[in-house]
Design a protein around this ligand. Sequence first.
Ligand code: C2E
Ligand code: MG
Ligand code: MG
Ligand code: MG
Length: 287
Amino acid sequence: KAKEAGRNTFRFFEPEMEAGVRMRRSIEVDLRKAIQQNDLVLHFQPQARVDDRSIVGYEALLRWTHADKGSISPSDFVPVAEESGLIIPIGRWVLDEACRQAAKWPEKCRVSVNLSPIQFCDEYLLQHVEMSLANSGLEPHRLELEVTESVLVYDDHRALSTLKELKRRGVGIALDDFGTGYSSLSYLRRFPFDRLKIDRSFVSGATSDSGLALIIRSVIEMGQALGMEVIAEGVETEAEFDLLRNEGCDEVQGYLIGRPQELTPDDMLDTLHTEAQRKVNANIEAL
Ligand code: C2E
Ligand code: MG
Ligand code: MG
Ligand code: MG
């Protein structure tokens, strides 16, 4: 973080920093326990096609229920897990668990798993992915890995070869939080992404800010021209949905379609049922 602040900024050692360090230590200790005690769970958030709102995938989002502190957001503990190296075993569990659950879903549903840049640089990543697929029996094309622009900036060559190896095995790759990082547009041409995820920060203001709407339009056009599918994150309102549909966005994800939740086989059946009903209704309307 100090590095991010830039070369020209001075950092004094402040009391709050010490408290911050203590806080992180305690999270780290508790996180180790959480892994052993199975206190981590995955929630899944649906991703829908824009044309008929059918659900075609779910993103796995990590949840930690802490005995005293309650539910802790991944934005708070993933950075600690990254600094302490715990992200490797955690990430491995996430991959395993996501594949295990997704193998029971309807065939057309894929699962998206977030990868930390640290996992991405791990020399065992490919092996872990292969083992999760083999153990679960999930077909590789139903697994999608979400990476952020930072993996591209880190180590260009290695990142490119890892991405290509994953793709060669049939696994999909999505570029998460697109528009918030520092990567240059030329990366998009060189890296073989299957999907571009437009960050929520562009979506949430787009219906009232024509500048944001214009950015969304350009990203969709550019992504599709480069052979990628485009999905928008954080879609909360019908107005945002309409805007994205008018701009030709392929898929959406957000509270409008569904919040992240634990998925039981019954939930899965409900989803299918509602969808079947929607198709019947659409057919009736068409008559
Ligand atoms: P992300 O991958 O960009 O995930 C999207 C985040 O936006 C999730 O937050 C999700 O709950 C939230 N979200 C989805 N739709 C809406 C919406 O309509 N409105 C609003 N306001 N928010 C929405 P969450 O679950 O707290 O996760 C935060 C971040 O933590 C994720 O961002 C991802 O970067 C990271 N993360 C989550 N799970 C994992 C994991 O298993 N491994 C790693 N390495 N990182 C993870
Ligand atoms: Mg994500
Ligand atoms: Mg995202
Ligand atoms: Mg985001």
